[in-house]
Design a binder for this molecule. Structure first.
Ligand SMILES: [Zn+2]
Length: 226
């Protein structure tokens, strides 16, 4: 817009171009500047306006719950037995040539399980191995099966928040010790349909992931005890 601005007392008004918001005229800017040589900048009749450089948004804001590298551990303490070795590890042999489709985190029955990230419940608790239950939660694109939880212990609701207690560790009836654990399965979310399939050796959906390296990362972020 072209607006008429008053100049210094006694001087003629100055016409200046502005971009919407009124700005001081060149005369007034000069009047308030500290004493010293004034550098002349050609303005071609337009009052120069300084803009801050545009801020580029981060591709992934810090703390994005859907970034799998920002998820947290499902327990407020680390288990005594790691999830990388023995029968607990992903890919460990199971009966009938089947391979273990997740990682087992051994904790006493009833230990609080925390949500790995913000998410949405996509499969309500259902019967799983040895009289335990499982629930399926979508965290962003990924799907997690929290398996071998205590029946009736799911308290997560339809939406879960990262770190929120969602269930309790279950007890596998009729399985030799140790038999209290969270069995955690991770899926990339690129396939659809039931997580359990007849496809050997894991008997799981094609987008099954090995959660080991992610658990290693998440173990550095423990949720608040409950
Ligand atoms: Zn397991």
């Amino acid at each position: 817009m072209l607006s008429k601005k008053p100049g210094q007392p006694g001087s003629n008004p100055v016409w200046v171009w502005t971009l919407g918001a009124p700005v001081e005229s060149a005369t007034n800017l000069r009047a308030s500047a500290p004493p010293g040589p004034i550098r002349s900048v050609p303005t071609f009749g337009v009052t120069p306006i300084c803009f801050a450089p545009p801020k580029l948004p981060n591709a992934r804001p810090k703390g994005d719950p859907f970034d799998i590298h920002t998820w947290s551990f499902p327990f407020s303490v680390l288990p005594e037995d790691d999830w990388k070795t023995g029968a607990r590890r992903f890919g460990a042999d199971r009966s009938g040539g089947r391979k273990h489709a997740g990682c087992d985190l051994y904790f006493p029955e009833g230990t609080a399980i925390h949500a790995l990230a913000d998410g949405v419940l996509i499969q309500e608790p259902y019967s799983f191995y040895a009289k335990t239950h499982a629930v399926e939660v979508r965290h962003g694109n990924h799907v997690v099966r929290y398996g071998e939880i205590k029946p009736g212990s799911y308290v997560g609701g339809q939406k879960v928040k990262q770190g929120q207690v969602i269930a309790k560790v279950g007890h596998l009836v009729g399985i030799k010790v140790p038999s209290d654990m969270l069995h955690l399965e991770l899926y990339e979310g690129t396939a659809t349909g039931a997580l359990t399939t007849s496809t050997a050796p894991y008997k799981r959906r094609s987008d099954l992931l090995d959660p080991t390296k992610y658990l290693n990362e998440w173990s550095k972020r423990l949720p608040t005890p409950w």
